[in-house]
Design a protein around this ligand. Structure first.
Ligand code: NI
Length: 184
């Protein structure tokens, strides 16, 4: 259904174009660098009850989305480092849906994951910025998705950073949970 699709994918689904220019890569790194702050802005001022609201019927709560960012980007940071330090390493997938249903992801305060994401991206951005031209083509191998290059990963994580934030801001707009700075 189109309506469900736009709630779930407010900025559209990710599409990899299969190549990148230095300008593309610098844009993606810029977006990845701002993701922790965008997420903090998106959840600013929300009550506990609002954090426990699903962003759509059957979807994760805002709290689960925040913890998903920390869980998912930690996994991806490891994959990034494996691709850089080993030859075409096979990586281990994880069940993001199951992680999001664990008690800590469903119920714990979001502050730890916001801080974790912020610190993680501080390290990750230094690593992205230090990549040599030839290293952008380094890959890891996902058992079902196949080879993923670092430029593909940068594009995906620029998208991912905006994707879930837009789910949260969409919920806030539809619910009238607008912080003062959004309405000025
Ligand atoms: Ni995700």
């Amino acid at each position: 259904m189109a309506a469900m699709e736009s709630l779930r994918y407010p900025i559209g689904r990710f599409q990899w174009q299969g190549g990148s220019s230095p300008r593309d890569r610098s844009e993606w790194i810029g977006t990845i660098a701002t993701t922790p702050q965008r997420l903090q802005n998106a959840v600013a001022g929300l009550s506990e009850r609002q954090l426990d609201t699903s962003y759509r019927d059957g979807g994760w709560t805002v709290r689960q989305v925040v913890h998903h960012y920390a869980d998912d980007h930690m996994n991806t940071y490891i994959r990034f480092k494996l691709a850089l330090t080993e030859e075409t390493p096979a990586i281990k997938p994880y069940s993001e849906a199951s992680w999001a249903e664990l008690p800590d992801a469903r119920t714990s305060p979001i502050e730890a994951s916001l801080a974790l994401l912020s610190a993680l991206h501080e390290r990750w951005i230094l690593a992205w910025r230090s990549l040599q031209e030839s290293e952008w083509g380094r890959i890891f191998v996902h058992p079902t998705r196949g080879a993923v290059s670092l430029d593909h990963l940068a594009a995906l994580y620029a998208w991912h950073g905006l994707h879930h934030v837009a789910q949260i801001t969409g919920l806030r707009q539809r619910s009238g949970w607008m912080p003062p700075e959004w309405t000025s």
